[in-house]
Design a protein around this ligand. Sequence first.
Ligand SMILES: Nc1ncnc2c1ncn2[C@@H]1O[C@H](COP(=O)(O)OP(=O)(O)OP(=O)(O)O)[C@@H](O)[C@H]1O
Length: 648
Amino acid sequence: MDNAKSFIPKFRSGLQDTNMAPLKEFNRRILRRSKSVSDLKPLSKAPSKYGLLSNRPTCIKSTIANGKAGSTTNLNAITSSKPYINNARIGATALKRNVPTIPESSLAAKRRKPEVKIEKAKPEETKNVPKPARPPKPASYDYKARYNLLVEKYTPLVATHKETKQQLAEMKSESEKQESRLKSSETEKKNWESKADALTRELQQLKDKYNSTLILLQKNEQLLAMEKQKYDAECSKTEALTTELKELEQKYSTSKELLEKTRNELLEKTTATLTEVNRNLDCKLECLKECKSQLSESESIRRELHEKVQNLKGNIRVLCRVRPPVAHEYDRSLCNINYVDEATIELRNRENHKSEFIFDQVFPPEASQMELFEDMAGLVQSALDGYNVCVFAYGQTGSGKTYTMQGGQTDSTVGIIPRSMDLLFASIKKLKKVGWEYTVEVSFLEIYNETIRDLLENHPKHHEIRYNEGKGVTVTNLKIQPIASVQEFHELMETAWKYRAVASTNFNEQFSRSHAVTKIYINGVNNESKLVYRGSLNLIDLAGSESAKTSSNERLQETKNINRSLSALGTVILALSNKDNHIPFRNSKLTYLLQSSLGGNSKTMMVVNISPLDENYGETMNSLRFAFKVKGVNINAKKNKTYISSAE
Ligand SMILES: Nc1ncnc2c1ncn2[C@@H]1O[C@H](COP(=O)(O)OP(=O)(O)OP(=O)(O)O)[C@@H](O)[C@H]1O
C-alpha cells in the first residue's frame, strides 16, 4: 500500500525529469539566440508570452496538460512575428525595384510601424554597444542616396531575416520533435494513468480487504478476549482442582496405609481360616469318599432289591386295560364288565355267563396314563441296570394299543413310550452323579406281512434278522441313531411315524395290521467301579389280534400272518416260563427279532387292551384268554390264586 501511495509522486517527478530537460534546453537555446539577435526583440518576447520558454516547472506542466493545442499555440506565436519580417521584405523589395508606384503616404504608413518597432528594439540592443555615428540624412530629392541608405539599412535586416527564417525552421523542426515527444509522453502518460488507475483500483481493493481484515481482526480480538476470560476462569478452576487433588492424594496415601494395615491383618486371619478350612475340607473329602463308596454299595443293594422286587412281581407281567367308549360309540351297548379288585376283571355275556380273569393289574376306563406307567417305571430302571425289557401292547383293532404306547396329544395323555424316555434320561442324569455314563441309541421298524421295514429310512431296503451268540439279534441295514435328549428322540419318532404313514396304502388299515417296534439301546459305564451295563427297551405296538373269522378275504393272509406271529409270541413266552430246552423263536419274524429281549435276563410286560363294547365281546374274550395264558404259566404258588375263570 505504501508503494502504491509513493508511486504517484514518483511518477509525477519522473514525468518532470524526463520531459523537462529537453524543454529547458530548448528555452535556453531560444534565449541565447534571441540575445544574439537584439534587433528581434518582439521575437524574443513572443515565446515567453505563451510560456513555452519559461523555466518554471509549472509552465511545463501546463504545456503537457494543454497537449497538442499548447504546442500549436507556441508555434503560432513564433510565426506571428512574421509581419515584422514581411513588412521589412516588402519595403526592401520596393526599394530594390526602385519603383515609386506606391504612394508615399501609404508606404510611410506601412514603413512606420516596423521602423518604430525596430527603433524601439534598438535601444535594448545597443545598451551594451557604443552607438555608431549617425550618417547625415540625405536630401529628400536625393533618391539615390536615400536608396543607398535604405539598402544599407535593410541589408542587415535581410540577413537577419534569413537567419530568423533559419531559426524559425529549426524551431519548427524542434517543435515537431517536441510535439512527437509530447505525443509519446502523452501516450506514456496515458499508460501511466491507466496503470495509476489500475493501481488505484488495486489500492481500493487492498483498502477494502484491509478494512475487512481489520474488522475480522477486531472480531478475533474480541473472541480472543472472551477466550482469555474463559481460560482465566479455567485456570482458576484448575487451581482449585489441583488443591483438591493434593488433598485427595493426601487422603489416598492415608487410606492406602490403612488399607495395607487392614489387608495384612485380614491376610493373617484368612490364612489361619484357610488352613482351618483346608483341614475341614480334607475331613469332608474323606467323608465324601466314604459316602461315595456307601452310595455305590447302596446302589448295588438298590439294584439287587429292585431285581428281587421285579422277580417277585414276575419276569412276565401282564396288565389289563379297558378303554373308554369313544365319541361315536356312546349310543352302542357296552359289555358287562365288573372290576372285582385291582387285579381282577369279570365279564358277563348276554346269557349272564361270568368269566373272571386275574392279572398283575387291571386298569378300568377311567385309569390315567400315569397310573398305568407307574407299573412300567421299574422296568425302565431294569433296562438301565442292564436288562432287556420288552413291553407289548396286545389287543384287537381299535382296543387302545396305540393310545397305550404312544398316547394322545396332551401332556397328561402321553403314553408308555414318551414317558419311558423322560424317565430314562432323568435317571441317566441322576446316575451320572454316582459315576455312571450312559449312551442311548434308537431304531424304529415295523413288521408287516412278515416283512421288516426300517422306519428311519425313507427308501425301502431288504432286511434280514441275524443271530450272533456274542452280539445277540441284529437286523441288517437297520439304521440305529444315537440320541442325547428326549427332544432328539421325539424328532426321530416323528420321522418314523411319517415314513410309516407314507408307506401305507391305506393308512389306518396298515397301521393296525403291522407290528411297530421301537428299540432303545442303553449302554452304561461306571468309571470308578469299571462296571458296564448293556440293556434295551423294546416297546412294541402289536398288530390287531382279529380272528380269521371276522376278516375279509383280502385281509385273510394278513390276519393269518398276524395270528401266526402272535401265537408264536405266546408259545415262546410259555416255553421261556416253562424253562423249556427248545424255545421256538424262529417261528415268526417277531419272536426271532425279540429273541435276545425275551430270553435270558429279560423282563417282559404285556398290556392287554380290551374294548368296552358289547359287540367286541368275542374278541375281548380271546385277548383275555391269550393274556391269561402268558400270565398263568409264569406264576407258581400264586398261579391258582390269580386265575379263576368259569369259562375254562
Ligand atoms: N384309555 C383310553 N382313554 C381314552 N381314549 C382311548 C383310550 N384307549 C383308546 N382310546 C381311543 O380309542 C380309539 C382307538 O384306540 P387306538 O387307535 O389306540 O386303538 P388300536 O388298538 O391302536 O387300534 P389299531 O389296532 O387300529 O391301531 C382312539 O381314538 C383312541 O384315542
